[in-house]
Design a protein around this ligand. Structure first.
Ligand SMILES: Nc1ncnc2c1ncn2[C@@H]1O[C@H](COP(=O)(O)OP(=O)(O)OP(=O)(O)O)[C@@H](O)[C@H]1O
Length: 781
C-alpha cells in the first residue's frame, strides 16, 4: 500500500499487504491485531527506484505493510499488529516518530525514526531493502576508510592544532571527520562514496572560519572553493547579521545561507542546547514545492558528512500533512512553502510556539514570494512568528514598535528590482516603506533584527550567469511547434527545459513531442504533487527512453510553466527554450538560470512571433545594458546590448531545413490535438450527462452533440476542437502510420544527400555529411 495515502487506502480495501501476500484479512483470525488510526500506522518511505538519485525516499510518499483495511458500515478501519499500535500510542505521547525511516531526514536525525516496534531509540537503519552485494562492498569500503582514517588521524590532529594557532590559511588538507559507526549506515551512499575519494584541498575555505566538521562535510561534496556569494554572505551571517543576498542564478546561494544555519546548529549541539530545547533552528520559506524539496536535499547532502546532523524536513502542499506535522515536532531545519507552512502553523499551536524560537528565518527567492497569491500566507507567517503570546495580534500599524527579536533574517534572490537594490546598497534613501505587495513592504514585514541588514550583492550589474549563451529565433505565431522541434533536433542537448506561459500548452506540447519520438515530460502546478516529482525525477535520470528512435537528439526534455523557473538545480540542463516569451525581465533571468549553473555552460533560446521580437529584444536589452556599460565584458550578448541596444542575437536558423520537418510536425500536431479534443469532448459530455442526471432530465443525441458548443470569444478554436473530436479512429491510425514512416526516414533537404532524422542526426551535425546545416555545432551559438 503506497501513499498518496488516501488513494491507496481506497485501493487497498479488503486486501492484505503486499509483503505478506495473498489472503484477505476477512478470512483470517484477528488475533494479535488491533484497529488503529491511520496516522499511527507504521508508514515508511517509498523506496526510490534505482534510476532516481534521491537516496532518501521518494519525497513525501509513504507505504505501509501488514495492514488490513476492513469496512465497517460506512467507515473504513485499519487493522495492524498489536505491537505496532501499542508503539504508536507510546509514540504519539513522546512524538518520537513512527515511521520505519522517514524520507525527510538529515543524517543523525533518523535516529528518532527507527521502527519503534523493534528499537525505540535505535541506532539508525537504512530505509532501503537489503541489497547483499551492495552491503558487502560498503563494508569493504568502510574497512578501507577506517584504515585510511587511522593512518591520517595524527596528521589531522596536527592540522587542527595548526588552525588553532592561527594558521588557518595553511590548513590545506582536510580529512573527513571520524564517522560514528552507529550513524554510518544512515548517511547517503553518495556521501559515503565521496568520503572514499582522494584528499581534497580545502585551503580556499579557510578564511570563512568554518568548523572542522563543516569543512569535512564540504570536502565530501568536493566543493573546492566557496562561490562569491558564499565568501561574502557566510561570514556576515555567522557574525550574527541579517543578510540580504543577491547573486546570479546557479551561484550557490543555498549554501550561502545553509552553511551558517548548520554551523549554528552544530554550536548548539556542542553546548547540549539541541537536546535540551527541542525546537527548530531555522525556517526557510521557498516559493515552490520543488524548490523546497531541493533545498532540503541540498542541506541533507551537506549534513550527510556530519557525525550527527540536524533533522531536516520539508513542509509543502500536495503531500500528506499528518506526516509533515509529525516531522515538524522533531525538526531542526524546516523548509516550507508559505501555504502549507501557514496551514500547519495556524492549526498547531505547539508548532507555532516552537517556530517562534528559531534562530534563522530565510526567505529564498524573496521577490517571487510576492507573486502567485503567496504573499498573504507569507505575511501571516511573519506576523505569527513575531507574536509574543498566542492570540496576541500584531497590528499592521504597530510595526515600528515591534520588539527586535533574536532571530537573524536572511533574504536571497538573483533579482531585486533596481530601485530597491539602490536603496539596499545605500545609494538611495533607505526607507523600506513601499506599497503593500512590494518587496520593500515584505522586507519591512521581516522585522530584521538590525536596523540595516547587510546587503551583499556579488553581481551589482548582472544577474545572468557568465557562461550563458543567448539567442532568439523569429518565426510565425503558428510555427512555434515547428521551430521548437527544429531546435531540439539541431541543438541536441543532455537536457532541455522548455518554458511556456500556460498549463494547456504544457499539456499539448508534451504528447506532441512524444509523438515525434522525443522524451518529453510535463511540469505544471495543476499536476498532482506525486506526478510533479516523478516528472522531475524522470527528467533528471539519464535514462533515455527506449521509444526514442532518434535518440541522438536531446536525451530528456521537460516542458514546464514558470513553476520550474525559480531555483531548480538540475544538473546538465544545457538548453533552455522560451516557447512563450517571458512576461518580465526577472522571469527571463530565472528561466535562463536553469542552465549554465555553477561552472557549466548553457544556451537559452527565445522563440518569438513577429510581434514579440521587438519588445522581447527591448526586455532583454534591459537585462544586459547595465552590465555592458559597466563591465569590460567579452560576452556577446552584453556587447550587443551596448553597441546596438539589442538584447540578444538572432539565430540564423536554416529555414529550408526547417521546412523539411514540417510534414512530421503537421502530423504530430493533428494526432495530439485530436486526442486532446476527444478527451475534452468526453469530459464535457460527461459533465452534461451528470448535470442532467442531477436535474432528473433526459438529454437526446442532439443536445449531447451540442455539448461544448460555444458562441462567444474563442468559438473558432472551439469549432476546430469540435471538428477534431469528430475525426474517426481510422483516420488517426492512418496519421500515426504516416508519421511513423516519416520518422523512420531521413529528412531530405533537397540538396544532394543531406538528411536529417533516423538515427544519424548527431553524425550529420558533427559534419559526417558535410555542410548540411551550414554549421556542424548545433545552431552555431
Ligand atoms: N562552493 C561550491 N562549489 C561548487 N559547486 C557549488 C558550490 N556551492 C554550491 N554549488 C553547486 O552549485 C549549484 C547551484 O547552487 P544553488 O542551487 O545554491 O544556486 P542558486 O544561486 O541558489 O541558484 P538560483 O538563483 O537559480 O536558485 C548546485 O548544484 C550546488 O551544489
Amino acid at each position: 500500500m503506497v501513499a498518496d495515502k488516501k488513494r491507496k487506502r481506497a485501493e487497498g480495501h479488503g486486501k492484505r499487504s503486499k509483503a505478506t501476500g495473498a489472503t484477505p484479512k476477512r478470512q483470517k483470525s484477528n488475533a494479535g491485531k488491533r484497529v488503529t488510526r491511520v496516522d499511527s500506522l507504521a508508514w515508511k518511505s517509498v523506496e526510490v527506484p534505482e534510476m532516481f538519485d534521491d537516496a532518501e525516499g521518494f519525497y513525501g510518499l509513504e507505504e505501509v505493510e501488514g495492514v488490513d483495511i476492513v469496512r465497517d458500515g460506512d467507515t473504513v478501519k485499519f487493522v495492524a499488529a498489536v505491537a505496532e499500535s501499542d508503539n504508536a500510542e507510546n509514540d504519539a505521547e513522546e512524538f518520537g516518530g513512527f515511521d520505519d525511516a522517514p524520507e525527510e531526514t538529515g543524517a543523525a536525525s533518523d535516529q528518532d525514526s527507527s521502527p519503534p516496534s523493534t528499537k525505540p531509540a535505535a541506532p539508525v537503519t537504512s530505509d532501503k531493502k537489503p541489497k547483499p552485494q551492495k552491503k558487502a562492498s560498503k563494508a569493504q569500503k568502510k574497512e578501507k576508510k577506517e584504515k585510511k582514517e587511522g593512518e591520517k588521524k595524527e596528521k589531522l590532529e596536527g592540522e587542527k592544532k595548526g588552525k588553532k594557532e592561527g594558521e588557518k590559511k595553511k590548513a590545506a588538507k582536510v580529512e573527513p571527520a571520524e564517522a560514528d559507526p552507529e550513524l554510518e549506515t544512515n548517511v547517503f551512499a553518495q556521501a559515503a562514496d565521496l568520503a572514499e575519494d582522494e584528499d581534497v584541498d580545502m585551503s580556499q575555505w579557510a578564511p570563512l572560519d568554518l568548523s572542522q566538521e563543516m569543512l569535512s562535510s564540504i570536502a565530501r561534496l568536493k566543493f573546492l572553493k566557496p562561490s562569491a556569494i558564499q565568501i561574502r554572505a557566510i561570514p556576515e551571517a555567522m557574525n550574527g547579521h541579517d543578510v540580504i543576498g543577491k547573486a546570479a542564478t546557479g551561484s550557490g546561494k543555498t549554501l550561502a545561507f545553509g552553511i551558517p544555519i548548520v554551523e549554528s546548529w552544530l554550536a548548539k549541539r556542542a553546548s547540549n542546547e539541541v537536546a535540551e530545547k527541542r525546537q527548530p533552528t531555522a525556517l526557510i520559506l521557498s516559493p515552490t514545492r520543488e524548490l523546497a524539496h531541493q533545498i532540503a536535499d541540498h542541506l541533507k547532502k551537506l549534513c550527510a558528512g556530519l557525525t550527527t546532523g540536524p533533522y531536516i524536513c520539508s513542509v509543502t502542499g500536495g503531500l500528506a500533512v499528518q506526516k509533515q506535522q509529525r516531522q515538524l515536532e522533531k525538526a531542526d531545519i524546516v523548509i516550507g512553502t508559505p501555504g502549507r507552512m501557514w496551514e500547519v502553523m495556524s492549526t498547531g499551536s505547539s508548532v507555532l510556539g516552537a517556530l517562534r524560537g528559531i534562530d534563522f528565518l530565510v526567505v529564498d527567492e524573496a521577490d517571487r514570494l510576492l507573486k502567485d497569491g503567496q504573499f498573504k500566507e507569507a505575511e501571516d507567517i511573519l506576523k505569527a512568528l513575531d507574536r509574543t503570546a498566542p492570540g496576541e495580534e500584531n497590528d499592521d500599524d504597530s510595526d515600528d514598535e515591534k520588539p527586535r527579536h533574536h532571530r537573524q533574517t536572511l533574504v536571497f534572490s538573483a533579482t531585486f528590482n533596481k530601485g530597491l537594490q539602490q536603496k539596499l546598497a545605500g545609494k538611495a534613501r533607505y526607507n523600506l516603506l513601499g506599497g503593500t505587495e512590494s518587496l520593500e513592504y515584505l522586507l519591512q514585514k521581516l522585522n530584521f533584527r538590525e536596523e540595516h541588514p547587510k546587503f551583499v550583492d556579488t553581481n551589482p550589474v548582472s544577474q545572468m550567469a557568465e557562461n550563458l549563451t543567448e539567442g532568439l529565433i523569429q518565426c510565425g505565431d503558428l510555427e512555434k511547434d515547428l521551430y521548437l522541434y527544429a531546435i531540439l533536433l539541431l541543438q541536441p542537448s543532455r537536457r532541455a527545459l522548455v518554458f511556456t506561459n500556460s498549463i494547456n500548452t504544457v499539456r499539448r506540447l508534451t504528447p506532441f513531442l512524444q509523438h515525434l519520438n522525443l522524451p518529453a515530460f510535463s511540469l505544471h502546478s495543476d499536476m498532482e504533487q506525486k506526478a510533479r516529482l516523478r516528472s522531475i525525477e524522470r527528467f533528471k535520470s539519464d535514462n533515455t527512453s527506449t521509444e526514442t528512435s532518434t535518440s541522438t537528439t536531446t536525451s530528456s526534455i521537460l516542458i514546464a510553466t514558470d513553476v520550474a523557473a525559480r531555483g531548480l538545480d538540475i544538473p546538465n540542463i544545457d538548453l533552455v527554450i522560451h516557447y512563450h516569451v517571458p512576461r518580465t525581465a526577472d522571469d527571463y533571468v530565472h528561466r535562463s538560470g536553469r542552465t549554465a549553473r555553477a561552472a557549466s555552460a548553457g544556451i537559452s533560446i527565445l522563440l518569438c512571433g513577429p510581434k514579440e521580437a521587438v519588445p522581447t529584444q527591448r526586455l532583454i536589452a534591459k537585462v544586459h545594458a547595465a552590465a555592458a556599460a559597466t563591465t569590460n565584458t567579452t560576452s556577446r550578448a552584453k556587447k550587443l546590448a551596448l553597441t546596438t541596444g539589442v538584447g540578444v542575437h538572432t539565430i540564423d536558423i536554416d529555414r529550408r531545413l526547417v521546412s523539411h520537418l514540417r510534414p512530421r510536425v503537421v502530423l504530430a500536431k493533428k494526432i495530439t490535438e485530436t486526442a486532446i479534443a476527444k478527451e475534452r469532448g468526453a469530459r464535457e459530455e460527461d459533465w452534461l450527462k451528470n448535470a442532467a442526471e442531477d436535474l432528473g432530465v433526459e438529454l437526446d443525441a442532439d443536445e449531447l452533440a451540442q455539448a461544448g458548443a460555444w458562441k462567444g470569444k474563442g468559438s473558432g478554436k472551439k469549432l476546430r476542437e469540435k471538428e477534431a473530436a469528430l475525426v474517426g479512429k481510422g483516420e488517426v491510425k492512418q496519421w500515426r502510420w504516416e508519421l511513423r514512416e516519416l520518422l523512420a526516414k531521413r529528412v531530405n533537404t533537397g540538396v544532394s544527400e543531406k538528411y536529417l532524422g533516423g538515427v544519424d542526426v548527431e553524425g550529420l551535425l558533427r559534419g559526417a555529411r558535410g555542410e548540411f546545416l551550414g554549421q556542424v555545432e548545433g545552431l552555431g551559438l
